[in-house]
Design a protein around this ligand. Sequence first.
Ligand SMILES: *Cc1c(COP(=O)(O)O)cnc(C)c1O
Length: 324
Amino acid sequence: MRAAMAAAEVGDEQRFEDPQVTELCTRVAALLGMEAAVFLPSGTMCNEIAFRLHIRPGGDEAILHRTAHPIIAEAGGPAAFAGAMMHPLDTPAGMFTGDDVRGALRFPDRYSPRSRLVSVEQTTNMAGGHVWPLAQVRGVVEVAREHGLRLHMDGARLMNAVVASGVPAAEFTAGFDTAWLDFTKGLGAPLGACLAGSAELIDEAWRYKQMLGGALRQAGIVAAGALYALEHHVDRLAVDHEHAFALAEGLAAIDGVALDPGDVETNIVIFEVDDPDGLCAAIERDGVRMGVVGPRRVRAVTHLDVDRTGVDRAIEAVARAMRT
Ligand SMILES: *Cc1c(COP(=O)(O)O)cnc(C)c1O
């Protein structure tokens, strides 16, 4: 990847003169079945710009899971930047159904916020890497369309869902107004994400890219890394999933760890222990890093820099820490 980045021919992406960025946007638009795409520095900026595109001033509401990234990890951006009223759903496993959306719709009167947007996170991050089944996504799309709502897919780990399910990306995103891919998660590029949608929406997204300082120059240096990732790092996500299953089985066998390995579908393993802070500090001293994500919850993620030996080391480190 570093060699591809070093060799990349570049230009000014703001003038659409960077061949790597142009190629990347064309590839992502085709992959997601959309007309156009725009390269952005981060996935967070994709979500922020998408919310800004869909939410109108005057009390528009977005329906999304309570653990969704725009709610928990974007510094309140949807409120600050888009003026979005958030309607968090507290449904199982980070996912919801068409009926859940129907139940969340506001009355169309002057007292209520206006239901405007539904946002789906594929795969679910803080709920543990679950893959929304295609039929469930379609059910959500159907209800949203029926009621004239916009649809956005946070596809930070969409390719994990594609590899785990065998469903092509464009089938998951069919009916959505906007969707994006992150190149920095399992795909392993240093930075960048692409937001896709209709030519009209992506044209408008450029305005906000400019506003936020996300309009770049010779971005081909990093777009070449993202292109390399799409070429070489998608199929191998299956290896990360195998590693996550192995990690989950190993951890589940340790006394004091509460975990159902059957819950693990992709590259995220979330488990419960009495003292997550103590555990994470202890294993970090052993060179293993996991994250505390709740008063009893720990999150581990497998990726291309973790091999099978690393998984075994992680299991041993947790076992050792739990014994002491
Ligand atoms: C990481 C992540 C983001 C944000 O992506 P960045 O590239 O880190 O800004 C958004 N949504 C989900 C589900 C994520 O996991």
